[in-house]
Design a protein around this ligand. Sequence first.
Ligand code: CTP
Ligand code: CA
Length: 225
Amino acid sequence: ESYFSQHLLLRGRKVLITAGGTRERLDPVRYLGNDSSGKMGFALAEAAVQMGAEVTLIAAASSLPVPAGVHLVRVESAQEMYGQVMQHFDQTDYVFKAAAVADYRPVVREMKKRKKGSERWVIELERTTDILETIGKQKQHQFVVGFAAETEALEHYAMDKLRRKNCDLVVANDVSQEGAGFNSDTNIVSIYGEEGCVLSLPMMSKLEVARQLLKLAMIRKGDQG
Ligand code: CTP
Ligand code: CA
């Protein structure tokens, strides 16, 4: 194979990636967030651009620089991310849902900064829409990859998410392991398909994980490049 065919395997393909941690507002100055750094999703965006793809990155909170050549859509909440994913979903070939999406949001969002007063503040939360589950139900030609960050029973939860959300692959990592955490530059992942674990990778940079994952996705989709 020539240099170019190896490096531009995803030429003409549209890749949609979500990254970062969503924020659910309590008031104009406060929110509920999570520890996602966005590193895995941004690495995927960078790797996909290098492979010649047209990349849309829907990014919630993350302070990382945006890789050159990526079409960036900034969002804050799970609901905004949901809206943007649905807008782009029809035209995409691959979806990678690396974002850490809030499972719950405050029922009430106050429009003015809440003043200190009472001894207790009880916050009521309601479920957000599960974006991956929604696109899993609607998918046609799209190849859909979910992510699962777990602290126990990796295989069990990964397979459960794969089936429940109708994903083509689930990328699972044990976030309690050294070198696989939320803000780490490296990751240790196991990738699951309908038949079980299809690839276990040793510790490597998130960019290298991204490259391996993109190639695996192409093979599983039957995409000849
Ligand atoms: N996800 C999503 N929308 C949500 C919650 C999660 O699209 N509202 C996606 C994530 O982006 C990820 C996958 O679903 O690709 C798995 O997320 P995870 O939090 O591990 O799974 P949950 O189904 O939320 O289960 P739990 O948090 O209880 O483990
Ligand atoms: Ca969750």
